[in-house]
Ligand binder design. Structure first.
Ligand SMILES: [Zn+2]
Ligand SMILES: [Zn+2]
Length: 745
């Protein structure tokens, strides 16, 4: 028997081996094995059975070990890995390593513990004899006899002050028995704080939800590939629809992957999902999967799925690779979240990989969002995805009132650039009077180098690319980092002639100072990555806020995800412009998403909510459409821009980054490379650049880049890889290809 093996750790090719007689029964496609490569043993995955024709068999080495007695990488995941290697231009080895937790690759075993239980009941006479002859054994027997279930050996012995020899003697007599049990290290179970548990009872469905559930049930029953986009406004009960679909898939004997963005994986969400799933499908264990698990926890979860013992996994991005058996449903919640994209090799997008995995399994992929990505929405409009909509809130509550504050007018009135408008300050005072709470959001993804006129709200955009131009202090220029176009930075606003040209937004700290000054009586807490370096601090603050011990909470989007604070009736967005003028074609989309998210935080209790949005550009589409809660209107306007400028979803983007210590050399080779690509692939790709990256230098390395716009990723990527391998790159230039990047900055 000959097998082809993909070795891991830097060996991106298939090598062939003999399988010794003894290992034949436990080997198959997807098996994790150890094989000799050069002079060392390496891990590898069996990719095929058999050898190519005319293959020289005489010098073939043998497989050394089969690590697990079942395939570590089931056929669907192996197929997915191959697709990813081609699509994302990276080695199969790095993808397989991403798919298999380190503990699995190490072949680590399970943590086990020993239990003691009574094996044979003694009569009172027998016990009396035992206690007389061996008092310690008698003591142990008496203790175990009183227990309902087997007891941990180590605990019992410590508590009774006995040695292991005492237990062994009783086991030998056949009076008690010792058994081994796998300990499951389930994350979060001991962490759910009192009062954080949310009602886990199933809710009655409204007509829209019922229709969505019926549609999904039919789709799951059909047993073929399909993608459904569930567009439901905040509070419309998407989770309930997910849970019903999961139930249907489980009842059909299928497995389920449930993806949520990492930030949404709070103990609260996990506990709620767990208890609901366990209520809905008794006997089903739900495995949790995210980046903060210990190796042991991850291994246990992986094994439970790989052996078919558990059928549901809930987790962040990488849970899309969980070895779920008979996969019938993948749910991707908040499918628009950029967090689904991995920003290191392999640079995959969890949602796109989910769709592909569903396809390979003839399964259903359910994408859900209050603000779907324009990629998914366009697919739904084109009929590739089925669109289901939930337009009503389950509690029939009205959406909060959104108040737009024009900072241009505010700046004129206050004769300076205020952090807080009068309206927002008054609203905070009113909340304080009524003992209600306020959240102030500051967009975390601030980009300081866009130009914004505080008089008229004008920003300079590249005429070719329709993205904000970036200000470069060193040579006083404005540059487009997409196409490389540049011009002198204006001293006055090119539109209205005003000299007030602002270069940066507000930090959380400055906002905190302003709030302390303007609302001195309030209890204020700031929550951002600086103040929240400790994981527990984050939860402490949230618990205090929930308990009403904080009046005003200031922070970034991290407060917004999946949390429900019924007493919050005011939400302020300090600076909507920050996200709008990020030099990225998705800036408007992100702003719209942010506004909807922010609005969803106000008035979730039984009181009406109010949202105050401060901006210099109140006329912007993202702001106007979000005020009307008009996703379709926004999408139509935004898709037109995307079409006009050849952006996704109408083209795919590929980012090619070059890094090196010498800027001239870097520029030279980037240009040579771009010329080559233009010549060879000019008919299939539209090049932009080369240009300096928006962040020109990181850790003493300069950065240049080229963008490829294309309709045919699967054809273009292999060509780029081939050209790249043939091009004579200097040793000090490194490069990264990123297919479908989620950010241009
Ligand atoms: Zn102006
Ligand atoms: Zn441009």
């Amino acid at each position: 028997m000959i097998v082809g093996v993909h070795p891991l750790a830097g060996f991106d090719k298939l090598l062939h081996y003999r399988v010794p007689e003894a290992l034949r029964a436990s080997i198959g496609v997807g098996s994790l094995v150890r094989v000799p490569v050069v002079n060392a043993l390496r891990l590898g995955i069996v990719g095929e059975i058999g050898a190519p024709k005319d293959f020289p068999l005489d010098r073939l080495k043998s497989i050394a070990q089969v690590v697990h007695p079942f395939p570590a990488l089931p056929p669907d995941l192996l197929g997915l890995a191959r697709w990813m290697a081609g699509y994302y231009a990276c080695g199969l080895d790095s993808i397989i390593e991403t798919m298999l937790p380190a503990a699995v690759r190490n072949g680590a075993g399970l943590k086990q513990e020993k239990l003691l239980a009574v094996a044979q009941k003694l009569t009172p006479e027998e016990l009396a004899v035992l206690e007389k002859r061996a008092p310690q054994q008698g003591k142990l027997y008496r203790f175990l006899e009183q227990q309902f279930r087997p007891q941990k050996k180590s605990l019992v012995l410590t508590r009774l002050g006995l040695t292991a020899a005492v237990a062994s003697a009783l086991v030998k007599r056949g009076v008690i028995r010792e058994e081994t049990q796998r300990i499951e290290r389930i994350a979060y179970d001991d962490q759910v704080e009192h009062g954080e548990l949310v009602a886990s009872q199933p809710h009655a469905l409204n007509p829209e939800q019922s229709a969505a559930v019926a549609a999904l049930d039919a789709e799951i029953a059909a047993d073929k590939f399909g993608v459904t986009l569930l567009h439901g406004i905040t509070g419309s009960g998407k989770t309930e629809v997910y849970l019903r679909a999961i139930d249907t898939a489980l009842k059909a004997g299928g497995g389920v992957v449930f993806l949520v963005p990492e930030v949404a994986l709070t103990p609260q969400t996990v506990a709620r999902l767990r208890s609901r799933l366990e209520a809905i499908a008794p006997g089903h264990r739900c495995v949790v999967w995210h980046s903060h698990l210990s190796e042991g926890e991850r291994l246990d979860g992986w094994l439970a799925l790989a052996t078919g013992e558990a059928k549901v996994v809930v987790g962040a991005r990488s849970a899309v690779f969980a070895p779920v058996h008979n996969l019938r449903l993948i749910v991707v919640d908040e499918e628009h979240e950029p967090a689904y994209k991995q920003d290191e090799t392999p640079r995959y997008h969890g949602r796109d990989v989910a769709v592909m995995r569903a396809k390979l399994n003839h399964a259903v992929c359910l994408l859900g969002s209050a603000t779907p990505s324009l990629e998914s929405y366009a697919n739904a409009q084109a009929g590739k995805y089925r669109l289901l909509e939930l337009r009503e809130r389950v509690d029939a509550r009205k959406l909060p009132y959104i108040d737009i504050v024009d900072l241009r007018i505010e700046a004129m009135k206050q004769r300076s650039l205020p952090a807080l408008s009068r309206k927002l300050v008054d609203a905070m005072h009113a909340r304080l009077e009524r003992r209600e709470q306020t959240i102030l959001f500051i967009n975390r993804r601030g980009y300081s180098s866009a130009m914004l006129c505080t008089k008229c709200g004008h920003t300079e955009e590249c005429t070719h690319c329709s993205i904000a131009m970036t200000y470069h202090r060193a040579d006083e220029t404005l540059r487009c980092h997409l196409c490389g176009d540049q011009k002198p930075a204006p001293l006055r606003c090119p539109k209205c002639g005003a000299p007030e040209i602002r270069w940066r937004g507000l930090g959380t700290q400055r906002v905190e100072e302003a709030v302390r000054r303007m609302v001195p009586r309030a209890r204020i807490e700031r929550m951002d990555t600086d103040t929240m370096s400790k994981k527990n601090r984050f939860r402490e603050v949230l618990a205090q806020f929930r308990a009403g011990k904080i009046d005003i909470l200031i922070g970034t989007q991290m407060i917004g995800k999946g949390l429900d604070f019924p007493n919050v009736t005011l939400v302020g967005l300090i600076d909507a412009d920050i996200s709008m003028h990020v030099p990225d074609f998705r800036a408007n989309e992100r702003t719209f998403q942010l506004l909807v998210l922010v609005a969803g935080r106000a008035g979730r209790g039984d009181r009406a909510g109010e949202v105050v949005v401060q901006t210099f550009t109140p006329q912007a589409e993202a702001i106007q459409f979000s005020r009307q809660a008009d996703y379709a209107g926004f999408a139509a306007a935004e898709l037109k821009m995307r079409k006009d400028f050849h952006y996704p979803p109408y083209r795919h983007l590929i980012h090619h980054l070059f890094r090196g210590p010498n800027p001239e050399k870097l520029k030279f080779f980037s240009e040579q490379w771009a010329k080559l690509v233009e010549k060879e692939l000019g008919s299939r790709v539209e090049l932009r650049g080369p240009s300096a990256s928006p962040i020109e230098k990181i850790k003493d390395e300069y950065r240049w880049q080229v963008w490829y716009f294309t309709n045919a990723v699967t054809k273009v990527v292999p060509e780029l890889v081939r050209l790249r391998a043939a091009f004579s790159w200097p040793d000090d230039i490194t490069q990264v290809l990123d297919v479908d990047p989620m950010s241009l900055v």
